[in-house]
Design a protein around this ligand. Structure first.
Ligand code: NDP
Length: 402
């Protein structure tokens, strides 16, 4: 059975390590699991928890993934079949380069973003298609929840529920509460860059821009979660989905935020704390959002504090057998259950489980194709079967009105 290398030992990396160990323990397709990050003590803390919960030993290593030579040395030493990039989007291209150099498959959960510009786009990673194809290697992009499961949900609806999809609304609701005045539930720098960016959606063949968080709608979430305000944002899966869903007329992404989160964010923006350009301070160059991220709670520390549920899914309207049909496909995940299982809150959990399942699809050969792929380009059925099996059950219901 193949060995795997996980890079990044934060909130999401910890869940990936736990879930890979769970699969390995039950005779799944992973053999030796190595967890590497810049700070080896974080890897060791995760390894201790994994050993206690599953009796599986992880190898731990230090690596700076921005240094491609060190990365190659680590890959040559560990000899994994697959590298799971669970570090930050800034590392994507370095890790893809190292995978090509060393001849191993690649997976990540977020698309490349240059540190100096708050702008993410697949063009940098799609430019690797030919090189991965020629090398006979597989790179799977965005194997988290959104992007990730939302892409696979779209593919499953196209395969089983609709002949044509005309309208797609991805709606991400975190109805949980961590009790902190202000905290982000994944990496604070990446989260704040994403949320403060201009909104963008696809309508009739072109991208339409909106001011940040200037559009909102009310959506009533199922299973007792109830109505919440959702704000239109740009999100990376829209870019690949509008390419891969033929006939799509409108595609949008929405996320819920509490009034408290938005109030804090507005103040931080107004005083310049979300800026991403360097500022001279006492003879040192400081990037305000990075300093802010240092002061905010570590997302991995929110596990024991967070209560409530997440509900993330796709509302998709189109045509089936000549009649208009709308379906809602979603998962609900409980923060406290995730903490009891792997010691993490649900945002890390809902990202980490699909990363493990994507890795399983590649090493089992079900999704292993040479090239660079977005999730909706693969067969959704085996992925969604394993997603439910390993902790994220999902449902698809027909709704009367979109
Ligand atoms: P954290 O900040 O908690 O963890 C990031 C980890 O990356 C840390 O362990 C850090 O190491 C490591 N890291 C950063 N830079 C380097 C480097 N140069 N070399 C090696 N390791 C490095 O972030 P999260 O766990 O919350 O998020 C991880 C990824 O998941 C992000 O890319 C995020 O965008 C993505 N994500 C995707 C979602 C989806 O649904 N698709 C949802 C949520 C997150 P150290 O601590 O040692 O410095």
């Amino acid at each position: 059975m193949p060995d795997i290398l996980i890079i990044g030992s934060g909130g999401v990396g910890s869940v990936v390590a736990h879930k890979c160990a769970e699969v390995a323990k039950s005779g799944g397709p992973f053999s030796r699991i190595t967890l590497a990050s810049r700070t080896v003590s974080r890897c060791e803390a995760v390894a201790k928890s994994v050993l206690e919960r599953y009796g599986v030993s992880l190898d731990t290593r230090t690596v700076d993934a921005d240094d491609e030579k060190s990365l190659c040395r680590l890959i040559d030493e560990v000899k994994p079949a697959l590298v799971l990039n669970i570090a930050l989007p800034y590392q994507d291209l370095h890790i893809m380069n190292a995978c090509l150099e060393c001849g191993v498959d690649y997976l990540d959960t977020a698309n490349y973003e240059p540190p100096e510009t708050a702008h993410f786009e697949y063009k940098w990673q799609w430019a690797y298609r030919e090189r991965f194809e020629k090398a006979g290697l597989c790179a799977l992009l965005g194997s988290g929840f959104d992007p990730g499961v939302t892409n696979v949900f779209a593919a499953w609806v196209v395969k089983h529920e609709l002949d044509e999809v005309h309208v797609l609304d991805i709606i991400d609701c975190n109805a949980g509460d961590h009790g902190q005045p202000f905290a982000t539930n994944f990496n604070p720098e990446i989260n704040i860059r994403e949320v403060t960016a201009r909104g963008r959606y696809w309508e009739r063949g072109e991208w339409v821009e909106t001011d940040p968080l200037s559009w909102s709608m009310n959506y009533s979430f199922p299973e007792g979660i109830g109505p919440k305000s959702c704000y239109l944002m740009y999100h990376e899966e829209l870019e690949s989905l509008v390419e891969n869903l033929p006939g799509i007329r409108r595609a949008r992404f929405w996320m819920t935020f509490s009034e408290n989160y938005l109030r804090h964010l507005r103040v931080l923006e107004d005083v310049g704390m979300t800026r991403i350009d360097p500022v001279e301070f006492h003879g040192q160059s400081i990037v305000p959002v990075q300093f802010l991220a240092k002061l905010l709670p570590d997302p991995a520390s929110l596990g024991p504090l967070t209560k409530g549920r997440t509900c993330i899914g796709n509302l998709m309207k189109g045509v089936k057998d000549g009649r208009t049909k709308t379906v809602y496909i979603y998962n609900i995940c409980d923060h406290e259950s995730c903490y009891a299982e792997v010691g993490s809150q649900a945002i890390s959990y809902t990202t980490g489980v699909p990363a493990m399942v994507g890795a399983k699809m590649i090493v089992e050969g079900l999704w292993k194709k040479p090239g660079v792929w977005n999730m909706e380009q693969m067969d959704p059925d085996p992925f969604l079967a394993d997603l439910a099996r390993y902790g994220l059950p999902w449902h698809c219901v027909e709704v009367s009105e979109a």
